[in-house]
Design a protein around this ligand. Structure first.
Ligand code: ADP
Ligand code: MG
Length: 267
């Protein structure tokens, strides 16, 4: 796939994350949430999964994060099975969930403090300041979350996700609670941050446009049970711009994905 050779280091990027034959059923409710999911993420790539609400996207992400175990199949990160939550996996959700009684800086180093203690948390403050600068929040170190806008809070959440230098970042509709203008802008910021940190990213979204503008590969997921119906490489140049959303190429990708989602919903 074209996008997989897009890494800033050049050459053939190595696989970082691998899922093989992942199934998940919730026995008590007799729900098969995921069926036969195979997925490989390459170093420095941006992939996404798109599917309608309830098709199993969050279930997939939780399994990838080690927060839930698959009923069948294997999940490997950097050659090691994912058996529970790990330091080298960064996650971000729709809500920033910052601790209201902690400053921005304290919130960002919190994961380090929880894992390695107060001293390690203090030592990570320098890195946290660098990350705040990276996301455009320099000067907001001592501010409390109540004084941050939705977009700023999500920027802080990006810093908190990156502080542990994760090998992969998993994003579950991270900007869907923001207004459309802020969301577009944050998506472009996310692209910039991913390129600057050479992150390997996986995004869950129900916005076709968002998936296309950000991704090297879009995985289209069908509901009941959630399975990948097609992987679509997005051959738009990098860096992507919001103007690209007005091009016929962009429109053709959106059209194709919408078609696939329509078919999946009927099957
Ligand atoms: P999405 O994120 O795509 O909206 P989810 O992964 O949250 O979808 O849910 C997929 C399906 O699995 C849904 O039918 C949902 O009701 C079911 N489900 C999710 N979590 C649980 C759970 N903990 N127990 C039982 N069923 C669940
Ligand atoms: Mg979800």
């Amino acid at each position: 796939m074209t996008g997989e050779t897009d890494g800033p280091t050049g050459g053939t990027p190595r696989p970082v994350y691998q899922l093989r034959g992942v199934n998940k059923s919730y026995a008590r409710r007799n729900v098969v949430a995921l069926s036969s999911v195979d997925l490989t993420l390459h170093q420095g790539s941006f992939s996404s999964v798109i599917g309608s609400s309830g098709c199993g996207k969050s279930t997939l992400l939780k399994i990838m994060a080690g927060l839930q175990s698959p009923s069948e199949g294997s999940v490997m990160l950097d050659g090691k099975p994912v058996l529970g939550p790990r330091d080298d996996i960064g996650m971000m959700f729709q809500q920033a969930t910052l601790m209201p009684w902690m400053t921005t800086l304290e919130n960002i180093v919190l994961p380090i403090e929880i894992r390695r203690g107060k001293k390690a948390g203090r030592a990570a403050q320098g890195k946290a300041r660098e990350l705040l600068e990276l996301v455009g929040l320099k000067g907001f170190e001592a501010v409390y979350p109540g004084e941050l806008s939705g977009g700023m809070a999500q920027r802080a959440a990006i810093c908190r996700m990156l502080i542990g230098e994760p090998k992969v970042i998993l994003l579950d509709e991270p900007f869907s609670a923001l207004d459309e203008i802020t969301r577009d802008f944050m998506n472009m910021e996310l692209q910039r941050i991913c390129r600057q940190t050479n992150a390997t990213a996986f995004l869950v979204t129900h916005s076709i446009a968002e998936a296309v503008i950000l991704s090297d590969v879009v995985h289209v997921m069908s509901p009941r049970p959630g399975r990948f119906v097609e992987a679509i490489p997005i051959d738009l140049p990098r860096p992507r711009t919001l103007e690209m959303m007005n091009t016929p190429e962009f429109g053709a990708y959106v059209h194709r994905i919408r078609d696939l989602l329509g078919k999946g919903a009927l099957s």
